[in-house]
Design a protein around this ligand. Sequence first.
Ligand SMILES: [Zn+2]
Length: 252
Amino acid sequence: MDFAILLLVFLFGLLFGSFFNVVGLRVPQEQSLLAPPSHCPTCKKQLKPIDLIPILSYLIARGKCRYCRAPISSVYPLIELATGILFAAVYAVYDFTPVAWLYLLFISLLVIITVSDLAYRIIPDKVLLPFFLVFLVLRFFIHPDETYLSHLIGMVLGFTIFYIIAIVSGNGIGGGDIKLFAVVGLFLGYPLLLLTILLSTFFGAFYGVLLMIFRGAGRKTKVPFGPFIALGALLALFKGYDLIAWYFSFFY
Ligand SMILES: [Zn+2]
């Protein structure tokens, strides 16, 4: 691992994170990714290149629009930072191997759906479908940890488990979440899918309890599930087999 390249990958990650913010915000609104150019959602002022430097522009303007002083959500710089760190982590662990490129694609999907789900409570088909097709093809060729069949089983399980939960629970889980679990299952294979389900429901429930305690939220308060699925899937991606081995070490 070369430190200069690591830094470069991190910086590219920041730029991609910035782009994923745009994709996550615009695709559900049926807007073009290119036009109109980025603008402040409050005063509509078109942003200059200096306003679009990942993280730095946000910090220098202290989280406000430079023109109208309207506050800007801290989600966006955090998304940029997270993408930078995740991209760098992939390079640090997997170098520029085929698996690394595949992981960068998976991270891209998870970041984009996190942005859309946080902003609109939507996980758009227009984002899920292209990634699904790419993974379906690429996983046929690149599957160092699982058989291709395991990836296909993961896809079917991810869809079926949450489809059944959605029917049984009425409307506890959205269609986007079900389809996302299918794509996550396809990408990770079924052992890591099951781990992702455990982790994401745990994180989601934990956050729900925190909301009830600190914000007095009721049981009916809707929390977007996508970011927790993304968090669980990322942990499974980087540490999944270690976590599973650690878990089973208690029993044997
Ligand atoms: Zn503004």
